[in-house]
Design a protein around this ligand. Structure first.
Ligand code: ADP
Ligand code: MG
Length: 618
């Protein structure tokens, strides 16, 4: 294995090596790199000469998995085994997405809880992290094939509005694909870099980045000061994009063909043909003023004028977001010095014109809008590789910092390579009724189990007033100052009790030790993530068992003997599954027990509510 050497002060790699930039998109993903000869960023092509990899996965019958163009036809022909838009699920619980669950034609596990979503394909359960890792692995493979070298490091972009959990999920997906994610950067920042904005240390500027992709829209206002980007505001609509444009054209076409939407539900192949033809029409109308084609011997037709009036309300919606984000940052259109266009859908001339009119100046659209984010990520990767010496890097922390959570897992609060100073926090709760203290153990390292990391400190937040499990809100804040001193603050928000300790994260570690810790995390990435998934499934299963046990005990009188017996059987099966240490079996048994007990849990709750209301006036 190649020796990795990193500079402790900057977190950068000292030897020259190719680090790729990846745009992991909702609709399309791609990988780019700075060409070693030309020093220009280039997006890498596959054998078909296309740079875009559709973010689609298909699970075949024999356990084969196809990614990208080859998976696409299965969207219509095998929808339950074809996964798209997995980016929408990253770091999300079912509660987060329940309003939009109708959007997904594959099975998203619906247990109406705060737990992270899982996707069921056949007998197997996948997390969005695993699914994204297949796309990343495909990109890694493509890069290795084209560049004829091993690729183990990358920069991945995420939307500016991604929260901590979504960023962490993206990082984990990279790890699972065998990639060390040197940095997660914001898509609008990457797009700006691709236009050369931010490469000059003395530059200061206010920028708007307008990103209209396949299924999502966002606009971000960035402030660049001395080479550092700050997101002033971001707004958007995560269910608005080019797919909606296609849909409006589909409607016009089916009217011209004398069909109804209902008829198309039963004619999948025809629906597919019309949809593809609509997308073709849209793309053609970006360069030409009309489009016509034949579908099943009948003519369909649309002009650019017709298309523009169809999409006008959608364009207006995006401008509302622009208005809102200006308002949030306290700016007016005239304060925006540069506008950057991102996303395939900004090729539509009406979109470009509307944005230029709104801000009152010409937009930047010379870089390919569906590659611009990946190209910027490649520039950032090159800076991290130390090849671009003029660009100063901020100090970063070389190893991740976090705390121990249930099952001995490492919960990262400040990820490796975060800039210093930095501050991050998260909320936790208790898992036992009346728990008065919570133990906080602080660790440093990249492994998923704390036992493989380095313990920095441990303390107890005590004096929490008696509350049922899950009610206390324990807020943990990590504050890493410019000297690399970490302050950990723990407070229980309902009662206001608080405690703080100080630790020196890198204290006593040599460069070689840090290197070894990083190498170990790469070598063990796969088993770590599998183990993490098993620990999480087991913890969930144990909670489910405990809940069921409590429930059966408390509501004995309302539950029939047959129900008791079937619940007991489900519990035994779940206990056996836990013993078996197979993640998929545990999740299936948890889900089965959940399905089994939900009907009588609902009935008992109705009775309980009825009793509580009896004799009370409302
Ligand atoms: P995402 O960032 O969501 O992964 P992309 O930036 O790759 O998405 O944008 C994909 C969208 O761009 C699709 O809806 C696609 O139809 C649209 N698109 C691609 N080329 C054109 C074009 N020439 N004219 C109009 N729309 C286009
Ligand atoms: Mg995109």
């Amino acid at each position: 294995m190649a020796k990795v050497s990193i500079n402790i002060a900057t977190g950068t790699l000292q030897q020259e090596e190719l680090i790729v930039g990846i745009d992991l998109g909702t609709t399309n993903s791609l990988v780019a790199v700075i060409h070693p000869d030309t020093r220009q960023p280039v997006a890498l092509k596959d054998v078909d000469q296309t740079t875009l990899v559709p973010s689609i996965l298909h699970f075949g019958e024999q356990g084969s998995i196809s990614v990208g163009h080859s998976a696409r036809p299965f969207l219509e022909t095998d929808p339950s085994n074809t996964i798209y838009s997995v980016k929408r699920l990253m770091g999300k619980s079912y509660k987060d997405i329940s309003q939009n669950s109708g959007f997904f034609s594959y099975k998203v596990i619906d247990d109406d809880s705060d737990r992270l979503v899982k996707i069921q394909v056949g007998q197997k359960f996948y997390s969005p992290i695993e699914l994204s890792s297949y796309i990343l692995a495909e990109l890694k493979h493509r890069a290795e094939h084209v560049l004829k070298t091993n690729i183990s490091k990358c920069v991945i972009t995420v939307p500016a509005y991604f929260n901590d959990a979504q960023r962490q999920a993206t990082r984990d997906a990279g790890k699972l694909a065998g990639l060390e994610v040197l940095r997660i950067i914001n898509e609008p920042t990457a797009a700006s870099l691709a236009y050369g904005i931010g490469l000059n240390q003395d530059e200061s500027k206010t920028i708007a980045v307008y990103d209209l992709g396949g299924g999502t829209f966002d606009v971000s206002i960035l402030k660049l000061t001395d080479g550092i980007f700050e997101v002033l505001s971001t707004h958007g609509d995560t269910y608005l994009g080019g797919d909606d444009f296609d849909h409006l054209i589909v409607k016009q076409f089916i009217a011209q063909l004398g069909l109804t939407e209902e008829e198309l539900h039963t004619h999948k192949a025809l629906a597919q043909t019309i949809r593809l033809s609509a997308e073709q029409a849209k793309k053609t109308l970006s360069d030409q003023t009309s489009f016509s084609a034949e579908i099943g011997g009948e003519k369909v037709h649309i002009t650019r004028d017709e298309f523009e009036s169809l999409i006008q309300p959608l364009i207006e919606k995006t401008l509302d977001s622009c208005r809102q984000s200006l308002k949030d940052s306290g700016l007016s259109p005239a304060d925006i010095e540069t506008i950057v266009m991102v996303g395939g859908s900004t090729r539509v001339p009406a979109v470009k014109n509307a944005v230029a009119n709104f801000f009152g100046k010409a937009v930047n659209d010379t870089v390919n809008p569906d590659e611009v984010v990946a190209l910027g990520a490649a520039i950032q990767a090159d800076i991290l590789a130390g090849n671009n010496k003029e660009v100063l890097l901020l100090d970063v922390t070389p190893l991740s910092l976090g705390i121990e959570t249930m099952g001995g897992l490492m919960d990262v609060i400040i990820p490796r390579n975060s800039k210093i100073p930095s501050r991050a926090g998260r909320q936790y709760t208790t898992h036992k009724d009346g728990q008065s203290g919570i133990q906080i153990a602080v660790y440093q390292g990249e492994r998923d189990l704390v036992k493989d990391n380095r313990k920095l400190a441990e303390f107890t937040l005590s004096g929490i007033p008696g509350m049922p499990a899950g009610l206390p809100k324990v807020d943990i804040q990590f504050i890493l100052n410019t000297d690399g001193i970490l302050q950990v603050k723990a407070s229980e928000l309902r009662s206001g009790i608080a405690q703080t300790i100080e630790v020196k994260p890198q204290y006593g570690l040599t460069d070689t030790e840090v290197e070894n810790m990083l190498l170990a995390s790469m070598t063990h990435a796969k088993e770590d993530i599998q183990l993490r998934a098993l620990v999480e499934a087991t913890t969930e299963a144990e909670q489910m068992l405990q809940l069921t046990e409590n429930f059966l005990h408390k509501h004995q009188v309302h539950i029939t003997e047959a129900e008791q017996a079937s619940a007991r059987l489900g519990m035994t099966q779940l206990q056996d599954a836990i013993q078996g240490k197979d993640k998929n079996a545990i999740m299936a048994a948890t889900e089965a027990l959940n399905q089994l007990t939900t009907p009588f849990a609902e009935r008992v709750m109705d009775i309980a509510v009825g009793e509580a209301l009896k004799g009370k006036e409302i």
